[in-house]
Structures are given as C-alpha cells and as structure tokens.
Design a protein around this ligand. Structure first.
Ligand code: NAP
Ligand code: HSE
Length: 440
C-alpha cells in the first residue's frame, strides 16, 4: 500500500489527539484513505514538558526544520494556537512544499486572505474543518454538500467553552469562575480563555463561516460582539422562568431576504433562545449550527465543538483528504478564499428588529417602574412582560432588586437609546443587561 508521510506541529490538547488517532487507528485510516498515513515527526516548543507515555520519544523534537527539510513529508497538521508564531509557521510549511491542515481559526480569521493566496501561488493547500465547531464537519458540508444552495440564514453556537460554562451554571448552579477553570482543565478553552468568553473566538469562526456561506470577506474585528463575561445567574434563572435558555449565538443572515452584497446581518451575543428548540438544547461543550439554504431548507448540525478527540477527528479527516488529493481539489474549486471578493455591506446592528430582554437593578421604590416604562414608551418600545421577585420572600422595599422587562418587537437602536437613558436614572444601579431574544 502507498504511504504518505505526515508530521504534526504542536502536541497540546489537539495535537496529542491527532497523534493518538494516527498511531492507534493506522489500519482504519489506511483502509479508508486507500493509503497509509505514517506519522514521522512531531514538533513542540518545550522539550522539557512531559508527553504521553504511548508517544514514541523519537518522534518528538523542537526543530521545525526537521519537517520543512524532509521532502518525504507531504502533509503537516498545524496545531499551534494564536496568531504569531502560528502564521509564520504555517507560511514556512507552505513554502517548504507541504500541504497544511490547521485547527487555528484565529490565524485564518486574521490572515486567511494572505495565507490562502500564498497557498494558491505555491500550488499548496490548506484544510481547516477543525477550525470551526471542532468535530462537526461544517466546512466540508458548506463547501461541498450544500454547494448548490444560497445560504440565507446561519445561526450557531460556536464556542464550546462558553456553552459549557452557561450549561453548568444553569443545570448545577455552578460558579462562573470555577466552571471556566474546569473548561480549561478539560482542554476546551483557548490558551487565553478571554477569547472564548468575550465573543472573540465565536466572531473569528463566524467570519470564516460567512466567507464560506456567502463568499464575503468580513474582517472579524468588525463583527459586533459581546460575550458571556457579564452574565449573571439571575439572568439564567429569569430566562428559564420566561421559557428560554441563554446561548452565545453567532448569527450571519441575509438582510430582508436580499443578496449578500445588499446586506448581511452579522453579530455574536448572548441571546435568549426559546426552550425546547434544538439550539436551546445544545449543552456542555457541544456546538450547533442551524442553516437555511434556498434549496435544502432548514438543516441542523450538532456535535462536540471543543475537546481533544472530537477535534482530532476533524483534523485527521482533513489529513486523509490531503493524502488522497480531495482537499487540493476543494481549494482549487470550492473554497472562496484568497481570491478577490466584493466587499459586503454589514448591516448596522442599530437597524436590527427583534424582541429584547432587559435586566435592570433598581431601587424597590414607588414610581420607579413607571419612570422606566415612560422612557421605553418615549422610545417607541412596547413592554411584553415584566418580572420582579421579592428577595427570598422577604420585603424588598428600599433594596435594589432585579427587574426584568421583555419587549415586543422593536429596533435595536431604540433599545440602545432607552437603556442609556434608563442607566442615567438615580434609581437604577449597575449597567442594564440587554439581550436579543430568538423566538423562531
Ligand atoms: P495547546 O494545548 O495550547 O497546544 C499548543 C501546542 O503548540 C503545544 O504542544 C505547544 O508546544 C505547541 N507550540 C506552541 N508554540 C510552538 C512553536 N513555536 N513551535 C512548535 N510548537 C509550538 O492548544 P490546543 O488546545 O491543542 O489548540 C491548538 C489549536 O487548535 C488552536 O489554534 C486552537 O484554537 C485550535 N482548536 C482547539 C480545540 C480544543 O478543543 N482545544 C478545538 C478546536 C480547535 P508545548 O507543548 O511544548 O507547549
Ligand atoms: N476554545 C474553543 C472553544 C475550542 O471553546 O470552542 C474550539 O475551537
């Protein structure tokens, strides 16, 4: 049987999983790829770090030139996080004639145009299914299986760490910081977990999906985003009581049924999602992507979006595709990256229409609710429901209490203006929490 020699740069959570699959499932991989994938080198940064006992020590080194200088190595898994030196390493591999499989969305979202353009120039390929939604084969599905469709709506949960934290808080009343540490220990979080919880990681993945689904180049930094870092258990409890779950949603949908060039709604934010829907039922480190295509209609993907083996599953599949030449074909024909694209109009979030959840901390005094309702009314915002509880059954007179207001459909700009005014009231304490509501 033919052999393709492969290497791995980075043996952390994902890299170790990839090595394990390649070494332990050699026969399975060979029978499915029609050729053997032989792991011959693995490069790390720190030679003193203890490695997995099953990993042959002779495979591991710190010199990337052992990979770039070996012409027999054709395919390299690039499993180093962050932007630098990850970008330089990826370029170096392409220039050394390697086809590269990466799980690094940060580097693709930041430098994808240049990297793909350079790969095309050099006649090399980059495959990246693991970079978005971990084990869910969303890239392959978008660019191959759904290629006949115009995607009109994409709503997704793309960060496993955030979803894990929210689920643990909701289901077990877990502490936010302790749960985030647990997500780090389980290998879900980025080296800097701020990227997970502040919406950065989701925005980077959303920019990649928008590229694939709509053929547009949107710099991820321009995507309006907020994360779960201001989320409080009181919001999780109130959302539940109202019949919703809170999810960190990444949304890319065509505005008013138009074309991508006419306008795209693009944002990442904690959102109230109606309980009982597939998105609301996505728990733990799972990710989910709900798509609508003009031919296929609705389609839903669900699976582990972070973690060692789910991500390794996607990386090894891409390595097999590289070894047999399928990934190269994809880059030539269906990956719209590193090629000129029209600039897209990203719709100003202030123009978005929808329902909103507002959670205020207010003095429990006569007239406060009327004052707030007045401001909402002046901004043409109609109240759908109001929720206020006494604290543990005790009188709340004079204390600050959470007051939750659900609005009817309105425009986001009006909500922004109203919240600014409300937050200026002397009876209102901490900054008001504002979240979109997804009812359909
Ligand atoms: P990680 O555990 O931090 O591992 C990173 C690896 O890269 C380590 O082995 C490190 O070496 C190596 N490395 C760093 N700088 C290097 C350099 N200059 N030269 C050679 N090796 C270097 O990260 P990870 O969680 O595996 O994530 C890797 C990538 O996959 C990231 O881009 C991440 O966003 C993405 N991803 C992760 C997951 C997940 O669930 N973890 C899921 C999907 C995608 P040392 O071991 O010597 O420190
Ligand atoms: N840190 C990422 C997450 C890993 O939690 O989703 C997968 O990209």
């Amino acid at each position: 049987m033919d052999v393709t020699k492969v290497a791995i740069i980075g043996l952390g959570t994902v890299g170790a999983g990839v090595a394990r699959l390649l070494l332990e499932q050699q026969d399975r991989v060979a029978s499915r790829a029609g050729r053997r994938l032989e792991l011959v080198q693995a490069v790390v940064r720190d030679p003193r770090k203890p490695r997995e006992s099953w990993l042959p020590a002779a495979l591991v080194g710190t010199d990337i030139e052992r990979v770039t200088n070996d012409p027999a190595i054709r395919v390299v898994a690039h499993l180093v996080g962050g932007v630098e030196p990850a970008r330089t390493i990826l370029l170096r591999l392409l220039e050394a004639g390697k086809d590269v499989v990466t799980a690094n969305k940060a580097v693709l979202a930041e430098h994808g145009e240049d990297l793909f353009a350079r790969a095309r120039q050099l006649g090399r390929s980059i495959a990246f299914d693991a970079a978005v939604a971990g084990g869910i084969p969303i890239v392959t599905n978008l660019v191959q299986c759904l290629a006949a469709n115009q995607i009109t709506s994409l709503r997704a949960i793309l960060n496993g760490t955030s979803n894990f934290v929210i689920s643990e808080m909701e289901e077990h009343g877990a502490d936010y910081h302790a749960t985030l540490q647990q997500a780090q220990a389980l290998g879900y979080a980025e080296a800097d977990p701020t990227m997970d919880i502040d919406g950065t990681d989701s925005a980077q993945k959303l920019a990649i999906l928008a590229r694939l689904a709509y053929g547009v180049n949107v710099p991820w930094r321009t995507i309006t985003r907020s994360g779960i870092d201001r989320l409080h258990t009181v919001d999780i409890r109130c959302a539940r009581e109202l019949g919703y779950r809170i999810k960190l949603m990444a949304v890319a949908q065509l505005a008013d049924g138009g074309t991508p060039r006419e306008g795209l709604e693009l944002h990442v934010s904690p959102t109230l999602v109606r309980a009982g829907t597939q998105l609301a039922d996505t728990r733990g480190a799972f990710n989910a992507i709900h798509l609508v295509g003009d031919a296929v209609g609705e389609i839903f993907f669900h699976g582990q979006g972070a973690g060692q083996m789910p991500t390794a599953s996607a990386v090894v599949a891409d390595m097999m595709d590289m070894a047999v030449g399928r990934a190269q074909l994809n880059l030539r024909s269906v990956i719209p990256w590193g090629t000129p694209t029209p600039r897209v109009v990203v719709r100003d979030c202030a123009a978005l229409r929808g329902r909103y959840y507002l959670r205020l901390m207010v003095d429990d005094h006569p007239g406060v609710l009327a004052e707030i309702a007045g401001i909402l009314g002046c901004n043409n915002i109609s109240i759908a429901s109001v929720l206020q509880h006494e604290l543990d059954g005790m009188p709340t007179d004079g204390c600050q209490v959470p007051l939750v207001i659900m609005t009817h459909k309105t425009v986001e700009g009006a909500v922004q203006r109203a919240v600014e005014e409300i937050d200026g009231l002397s009876a209102v304490g901490a900054r008001t929490i504002r979240m979109r509501v997804l009812d359909d």
